[in-house]
Design a binder for this molecule. Structure first.
Ligand SMILES: Nc1ncnc2c1ncn2[C@@H]1O[C@H](COP(=O)(O)OP(=O)(O)OP(=O)(O)O)[C@@H](O)[C@H]1O
Ligand SMILES: [Mg+2]
Length: 345
């Protein structure tokens, strides 16, 4: 570093300051730091291995247990003992989700078994009585002088049983289609037109018993969004029940309403539904007290509710002060209301 100092003579004296340091000290510092880094890295690696190996071994063991349980579940079905894992981490969450899935599968399996056993029992009863009647008919007609009036009555009873079987088969087919998630149409349906068509199907039966059925369409045209066949099926189920429980000369009202949702209400003057039966009657093969003595399988409302829910709506039993029962089907309102009503399937 050059510098100068003043002198009494005038011209300053010039100097140069030189500082010298040997490079050996820098190299030593670098190698110290490098060694320190190496030791630190080795220590970190050792700690990681010490902690990591047992941790990952535990994780692998827990995952492997779940893996075995999943394979066993696939091979033997839902009643498989799952490894209990209560730890609050991701693997624990996975084990708990697995447990929920297994319980749900088990419930579905039990429901399926109960359904198959009830359905086969319901099929066996009319089949056995049909077989008995045909046997008797066969014996009657084998006589030298057959009793034709007895044969005719047997034949009529056999036909009733075969119609009962056909109806059960149709209901079971509907349920299996719903279980298989068969696609339902989603289109604008005019509920007035549809209700009129379904009411007409019941005319003969209602006239015979002096039942008055009326359609209240004072709300104007009510457009719902759904499957025309499915909606008609639900209204048919409700009317079939209403006609069955109605007393001689009773009144059945079908009421259409517009609002947040499009609705069809079917009201009758029958015995109504007991409060403890309000929800049970919507389950498969469940019949209430009102059905005592009448033919049926307890499938109508179960099919109706499932269909309604699959169309984004609901089928409920209303709470009213009125005597009799009031069932309402609510469906999403159709947006394309300018379209022409569709034919009822
Ligand atoms: N309008 C009603 N009034 C009183 N009880 C009713 C009415 N509709 C249904 N229920 C009760 O709900 C039960 C279940 O009805 P659902 O339509 O599911 O079966 P079901 O009519 O007995 O037989 P299915 O419809 O299969 O021939 C009936 O057995 C009956 O007890
Ligand atoms: Mg019914």
């Amino acid at each position: 570093m050059p510098f100068s100092t003043p002198t009494p003579g005038g011209s300053p004296e010039r100097w140069v300051l030189i500082v010298r340091k040997p490079l050996d000290t820098v190299t030593a510092a670098v190698s110290t730091v490098r060694r320190a880094f190496l030791y630190a890295a080795l220590a970190a690696l050792a700690i990681t291995l010490l902690l990591g190996i047992p941790l990952s071994a535990t994780l692998v063991r827990r995952l492997r247990r779940l893996h075995h349980a999943a394979l066993q579940l696939a091979a033997d079905g839902p009643p498989v003992a799952l490894p209990a894992d209560r730890r609050r981490d991701e693997v624990g969450d996975l084990a708990r989700a697995f447990d929920v899935m297994q319980r749900r599968l088990q419930q579905q399996e039990e429901a399926r078994r109960a359904f198959v056993s009830t359905a086969s029992h319901e099929l066996r009863t009319p089949l056995a009585s049909l077989d008995g009647m045909l046997e008797l008919l066969h014996e009657d007609l084998g006589d030298a002088d057959p009793d034709l009036s007895d044969a005719r009555s047997l034949l009529e009873r056999a036909r009733t049983q075969s119609r009962r079987l056909a109806r059960l088969a149709a209901d079971l087919l509907d349920l299996s289609r719903l279980d298989a998630q068969v696609h339902l149409r989603s289109e604008p349906v005019e509920l007035g037109e549809l209700s009129r068509a379904v009411l007409a199907e019941f005319e003969l039966g209602t006239e015979e018993r002096g039942i008055i059925s009326t359609l209240d369409d004072s709300a104007g045209r009510v457009w719902a969004c759904g499957d025309p066949g499915g909606i008609a099926r639900i209204v048919r189920i409700l009317l079939d029940n209403a006609v069955r429980v109605s007393p001689q000369g009773g009144e059945i009202t079908v009421e259409l309403r517009n609002g947040g949702q499009a609705s069809v209400t079917v009201r009758d003057e029958g015995p109504g539904v007991a409060s403890e039966e309000r929800e049970v009657i919507f389950e498969r093969f469940q019949r209430g007290r009102a059905a005592a003595g009448s033919a049926g399988f307890g499938l109508g409302l179960a099919i109706g509710r499932e269909l309604a829910e699959r169309m984004g709506g609901e089928l409920v039993l209303e709470r009213t002060e009125l005597a009799g029962a009031t069932f309402t089907l609510r469906l999403p309102v159709a947006t394309a209301q300018e379209e022409e009503p569709l034919a009822v399937v």
